[in-house]
Design a protein around this ligand. Structure first.
Ligand code: ZN
Ligand code: ZN
Length: 364
């Protein structure tokens, strides 16, 4: 049995609420609700108060909430309107004077609704309090990401064994998604990309009806999810032939830059410093403008979360953060190469959670 972290997460959050002068927090961001309570469904709200955590959902989740939450929170199931139930629970706590809400994820309509149900409490917008707690991963969270990566690699191998020139990108994406689900991935954390030839120049190309031509570079960017935690992997392969000189040269450049970043990154470096490990190599070779995104992003219950491994991040990367390392070079009209692995950061370096096997695969 892995340890139950929900009690310590609640304690850390309460300390943050004190720091911010709040008596409670309404948590509406679902991955935050999951982090605090264990609820994995698609509709639920948590109200974190000093006295207790109360979880609200509707009839569909009655049984699931009871079994997933256990003692972690009081469960309130609304027969009609969840927000009326929030209002009545807040009515029990006359001492709650200031109540935070997750301003980064609440629409104007939702904030008006919150205003209505908060009764005597004054609402105060806060930004990413729970997200901040989520940055450093526990060993169990890292294990879940490692397991997601393991099954994703298996799914890729099974898929590549069937890939041939003449297949449509969307066909390859469907096969990859099938293989991922077959191995237990809970869901696809983002749109699978299978981008061939010139399509590869679009970093978020998705997968189209385009047929893969013999000799195309094909960028495959895909994810898997285990216990809610995401892996995010990109591999670029050649289909239906051998790499030509230009494909090989650009591939090797991206591969070297990715390896340099993986080997040089550590917790305590700023996002900018980590990004520069790969970027400086790509810039020196004249492809700086062709690497138009950041080196990586945090990974966890969400596929894009803090910290950013970016030129714009001057903050040190925290110990035990899990991040992607994904440099790319994109040439309009020609195509692109991106290579992405996932690592856990420590003061000593970056621990690889994916397989790190980045030699160029040429598929006949
Ligand atoms: Zn990716
Ligand atoms: Zn990514």
């Amino acid at each position: 049995m892995s340890p139950d972290r929900r009690g310590e997460r609640r304690t850390r959050l309460l300390a943050l609420l004190t720091e911010h002068g709040l008596d409670g927090l309404i948590v509406t961001v679902l991955p935050n609700v999951r982090y605090l309570t264990g609820f994995s469904g698609s509709a639920g709200v948590a109200l974190v108060l000093r006295e207790e955590t109360v979880f609200f959902s509707d009839f569909r989740y009655q049984a699931q909430a009871a079994s997933e939450l256990g003692e972690a929170a009081r469960v309130e199931i609304a027969q009609s309107n969840v927000w009326e139930r929030v209002e009545s629970v807040l009515g029990e706590y006359a001492g709650v004077a200031t109540l935070g809400f997750e301003a980064h994820a609440v629409s104007v309509a939702e904030s008006e609704r919150l205003e209505k149900v908060s009764g005597r409490a004054t609402l105060r917008p806060v930004k990413e309090l729970v997200e901040g707690l989520r940055v450093s991963k526990s060993p169990e969270e890292v294990d879940a990401i490692r397991e997601a990566a393991r099954l994703a690699h298996e799914a890729l191998d099974a898929t590549l064994a069937t890939v041939r020139a003449g297949q449509r990108e969307i066909e390859v994406a469907a096969r990859l998604e099938y293989e991922l689900r077959q191995r237990g991935s809970e869901w696809h954390p983002f749109h699978t990309t299978v981008a061939s030839g010139p399509q590869g120049a679009l970093p978020h190309a998705g997968a189209t009806e385009k047929e893969i031509s013999a000799g195309d570079l094909v960028v495959l960017d895909f994810g898997a999810q285990v216990d809610g935690y995401c892996a995010d992997i990109t591999r670029t392969v050649v289909v239906g032939g051998r790499a030509d000189e230009r494909q090989r040269a650009i591939y090797d450049l991206v591969r070297e830059a990715q390896l340099a970043a993986r080997e040089g990154m550590r917790a305590g470096m700023t996002g900018r410093q980590a990004d520069a490990l790969a970027r400086s190599m790509i810039e020196v070779r004249g492809f700086g403008d062709a690497f138009g995104h950041s080196l990586g992003h945090g990974l966890g219950l969400e596929v894009h979360e803090a910290p950013r491994v970016s030129r714009l991040n001057e903050e040190p990367l925290p110990e035990d953060a899990v991040v992607t390392v994904e440099p790319g070079v994109y040439v309009p009209g020609w195509g692109g190469v991106r290579i992405e692995d996932d690592v856990r950061l420590t003061a000593a370096g970056a621990e690889l959670l994916t397989d790190g096997e980045t030699q160029l695969r040429e598929i006949a």
